[in-house]
Design a protein around this ligand. Structure first.
Ligand SMILES: [Zn+2]
Length: 491
């Protein structure tokens, strides 16, 4: 597999540390609010990478963290803890907030058919590992103490900023320019960051732990270094995240891990680009902020969003619009109808379909730095073959089986086609509708179609037969189209 590596800024051939096995770490959500669709795009792309590695025959150990403490409202290690802030606003405990949004996150990834990580680890379950890592850094002389915590002296780490492709000075300058808050004047360098923060003297935090330096809580960056190395070893294959993690979070992870161990931390850094909404960066203040729940409320199938993500390259920005999402939902529905229609075609001996070239191109595309857009074109070619059989209104059993087999392989990477069962009562309504049609009782037949739709399915007539598919709204609820400008009023 060819993969772009942010560390070397080039496409490289992927070679695992241990033959046949891949260790992969993905930065997970900070569970103080719902994930937005930009975050979810990153998790979908990471899932596509993992599924491709599995398709190639690797065994993948996929670790994801849940940040349930220590992520402050400002990346400059100032401001409030996002979870404690959200808890105050929602009049809940910090523990309730993190549990609630972790559950919501797990529901979201399930709806998007993202495979569960092999290991899902919470920061609050690994405080001891973080303390041990900070101690190792302290022993090696990387740390210093100021009023509000123990900090990492980034000037002591050789090549700090190599991931961002910047020198130490350039990174300091760029952080200073981009900062919206005052830096703590006791910090030796702007890029220095907290490893352990002390609890405020005047206020008891809900989440705090004793440590050799005083009661407090870990910094956000240390948790990912500590947990990735705990589960994958001090040197592992792939580390993933959004591009926004490159200059600070991942740069600091490298400084911590390599500072402590004295050896290379990660071989390949995989970063997913931003998702824009109507051409602008998504943010709550711009009110162009969508969660998966918003899309569902508007009547979209979450898998339409997954299809949209698959159709673009992970290193390109996506410009999300509801109009585009409607088109993807329509495509998803068409694919569903074609496959189901193939299954009811009368069987007839015929020439064998040659699918080998399609499979080969599919495999080449996904292994070419995850070119899922080109890989998807190969799926559409298969659907084209199905549609030509539908036109002839016949297929051989052999061709049908081979098409199913290929689609199954492709979908093991795409994860966009879902098996769903059709309830007995819906099958029964469909049978009754077929006999009403035979009697030319159109009123009864329409009424039964309506009932089938109410149960969440659509019936599609194909010559003298029919297929039943999941009902999709294409972003329409109650027959009314949703405004493209609609946004949730958060914050
Ligand atoms: Zn992380």
């Amino acid at each position: 597999m060819l993969l772009y590596n942010t560390l070397t800024k080039g496409i490289e051939r992927f070679v695992p540390i241990k033959k046949g096995h891949v260790g992969m770490y993905c930065c997970g959500p900070t569970v103080y609010d719902f994930a937005h669709i930009g975050n979810l795009r990153t998790y979908i792309c990471e899932d596509l990478l993992k599924r491709t590695l599995k398709y190639d025959g690797y065994e993948v150990t996929h670790v994801m963290n849940i940040t349930d403490v220590g992520h402050l409202t400002s990346d400059a290690d100032t401001g409030l803890d996002k979870i404690e802030k959200s808890a105050e606003e929602q009049k809940k405990s910090a523990w309730e907030i993190s549990k609630m949004y972790t559950d919501f996150f797990l529901q979201d990834i399930k709806k998007l058919n993202i495979e569960s990580p092999t290991i899902l680890c919470k920061a609050t379950d690994n405080i001891n590992e973080m303390i041990i890592l900070v101690k190792r850094l302290e022993e090696k002389g990387f740390t210093y103490r100021i009023d509000d915590g123990i900090y990492y002296d980034t000037s002591k780490f050789k090549d700090y900023g190599k991931l961002a492709g910047m020198s130490f000075d350039e990174l300091n300058k760029s952080l200073k320019a981009g900062a919206r808050v005052e830096f703590n004047p006791q910090k030796r360098n702007i890029t220095d960051f907290a490893l352990w923060k002390f609890s405020p003297k005047d206020k008891k935090r809900q989440m705090e732990w004793p440590s050799p330096w005083g009661v407090g809580f870990p910094g956000w960056h240390i948790e990912c270094s500590a947990m990735s190395m705990k589960y994958l070893g001090e040197h592992f294959d792939i580390h993933c995240g959004g591009v926004d993690h490159i200059p600070i979070h991942h740069t600091n992870e490298i400084a911590q891990s390599e500072g402590a161990t004295g050896k290379k931390f990660v071989n390949y850094w995989f970063h997913v680009e931003f998702l824009l909404v109507n051409g602008r960066k998504m943010s709550k203040s711009l009110k162009n902020f969508y969660t998966l729940r918003d899309l569902e409320k508007m009547g979209f199938d979450p898998l339409s969003f997954r299809l949209m993500v698959i159709d673009s390259h992970y290193r390109d920005k996506i410009d999300f619009t509801l109009e585009k999402l409607k088109k993807y939902e329509k495509t998803l529905n068409d694919i569903d109808i074609s496959i189901k229609t193939m299954d009811i075609l009368p069987l007839k001996e015929e020439k064998r379909d040659d699918l080998r070239a399609i499979e080969k191109s599919f495999k080449k595309a996904i292994n070419d730095d995850l070119d899922t857009h080109s890989a998807l074109i190969e799926l559409f070619k298969v659907i084209g073959i199905i549609n030509s059989h539908i036109k002839k209104y016949s297929i051989s059993k052999e061709n049908r089986d081979k098409i199913h087999e290929l689609i199954k392989k492709m979908n093991s990477v795409f994860g966009v086609l879902q098996d769903y069962s059709i309830p007995e009562e819906v099958l029964d309504l469909a049978k009754r509708r077929a006999s009403a049609r035979e009697r030319k009782d159109w009123k009864e037949s329409d009424e039964l179609r309506r009932k089938i739709k109410e149960s969440g399915f659509d019936i599609i007539d194909v010559k003298d037969a029919y297929v039943i598919v999941k009902h999709r709204n294409f972003g329409e609820t109650n027959g009314k189209s949703i405004d493209i400008g609609h946004n949730t009023d958060k914050e």
